[in-house]
Write a protein that binds this ligand. Structure first.
Ligand SMILES: [Fe+2]
Ligand SMILES: [Fe+2]
Length: 203
């Protein structure tokens, strides 16, 4: 789905359903990180106003998602707590900055493609959760259906931005680079799935 090469292990949904509160806390932090990452990319590329506009619009949506998850946390009496260590995003960024990048593509293209893959994984897992949540969790289910659609759109936004950032001469190298990074993402997800704590959006 959406450029992902490895589907989430079916056991993840059961782990998530066993601790919906922990998933929600992790989810809230994911939304903050998504907004912060988009803003940081925008700030580093002030010369490209259409990129800055697209990324700040995306950040605005992620902040809205964060506030809505925060409302749910508050309603359930759950504390947000400090941000967890994000091995998934850190490993993915490390892989993208490695020497594997084709000479025709820039670090910005890689950052945008990594953003696309993180959105794709969130999207996949929100869909899995939406399908698994029962009638006793209608509100949570509705939010996940809505966010699944939003993150799918964000995936496409990031791929489009990467293609534009690559420029006409290198745009044809973007699909292969996305596929290569997706292979790495799949390996990271598979290795994190062997860990103990799995009630996370990306773990
Ligand atoms: Fe989001
Ligand atoms: Fe998103």
């Amino acid at each position: 789905m959406l450029g992902l090469t490895v589907a989430t292990d079916p056991g993840w949904v059961n782990a998530a359903l066993r601790d919906v509160g922990a998933v929600l806390v992790d989810h809230a932090h994911c939304e903050v990180k998504a907004a912060a990452n988009a803003l940081s990319l925008a700030a580093r590329h002030p010369g490209d106003l259409s990129l800055v506009r697209a990324l700040t619009s995306l950040a605005r949506e992620e902040i809205d998602h964060f506030q809505r998850v925060l409302d749910l946390l508050e309603a359930r009496g759950l504390a947000l707590g400090p941000p967890p260590v994000d091995a998934y995003a850190a490993e993915l960024r490390r892989a993208s900055s490695a020497s594997s990048r084709p000479a025709s593509l820039t670090a910005l293209v890689d950052r945008l493609l990594v953003g696309a893959l993180i959105e794709a994984r969130s999207c996949e897992r929100f869909k899995l959760l939406a399908e698994a949540l029962g009638d006793d969790e209608r509100e949570l289910r509705a939010l996940h259906v809505e966010l699944f659609e939003a993150e799918a759109r964000h995936y496409r936004t990031y791929v489009d931005l990467a293609t534009t950032a690559a420029g006409p001469a290198a745009a044809n190298a973007v699909p292969a680079r996305l596929a290569a990074l997706s292979e790495v993402e799949g390996r990271i997800v598979a290795s994190l799935a062997r860990g103990v704590d799995r009630a996370t959006i990306h773990g």
